[in-house]
Write a protein that binds this ligand. Structure first.
Ligand SMILES: NC(=O)c1ccc[n+]([C@@H]2O[C@H](COP(=O)([O-])OP(=O)(O)OC[C@H]3O[C@@H](n4cnc5c(N)ncnc54)[C@H](O)[C@@H]3O)[C@@H](O)[C@H]2O)c1
Length: 128
């Protein structure tokens, strides 16, 4: 299969949340193909490490997996401090399993919305 190359992405530092599996893994592969420096955050170690091993075979820049629970704000701050400047943030993780409306609780709501949005909060981070 042929695919387009976008030279402006070459060498750009791209952070992808939930990049270890599903759609996020496809995004990681796509940005790696563009020659971008891809760092992805996830909590599924086996899938994430397998993805790094697979993509590193042909990558101009091998992707980097960082284990980070997006709901752990301290871990999130520390991870972004380690990463430094970011050119592109793909806030992919959603954790949107199917459920009935009757099962929705405030804790469930906070978890799902937090997972999808904490990462894209404007800096500086709010105080704990
Ligand atoms: N699959 C679909 O049909 C579909 C349709 C429309 C939109 N989306 C959206 O696309 C995105 C990806 O969908 P998907 O189906 O690949 O989702 P998925 O649930 O299969 O994958 C999400 C990834 O995020 C990771 N993740 C979940 N919670 C995390 C946390 N707290 N910290 C770190 N990583 C965490 C998971 O381990 C997984 O690798 C989601 O935002 C989803 O809402 C999906």
């Amino acid at each position: 299969m042929s695919s387009a190359i976008y030279p402006s992405l070459k060498g750009k530092r791209v952070v992808i949340t939930g990049g270890g599996s599903g759609i996020g893994a496809g995004l990681v592969a796509g940005f790696v193909r563009q020659g971008a420096e891809v760092i992805f955050l996830d909590i599924v170690d086996a899938d994430s490490e397998a993805l790094v091993a697979e993509l590193s075979k042909d990558a101009a820049i091998a992707p980097v997996y960082k284990r980070c629970d997006l709901m752990d704000i301290d871990a999130l701050k520390a991870t972004f401090a380690e990463i430094g400047d970011v050119d592109v943030l793909v806030n992919n993780a959603g954790n949107d399993d199917r459920h009935s409306l009757a099962d929705l609780t405030p804790a469930y709501w906070d978890n799902r919305i937090g997972c999808a949005t904490w990462c894209s909060r404007p800096r500086p981070w709010p105080a704990a």
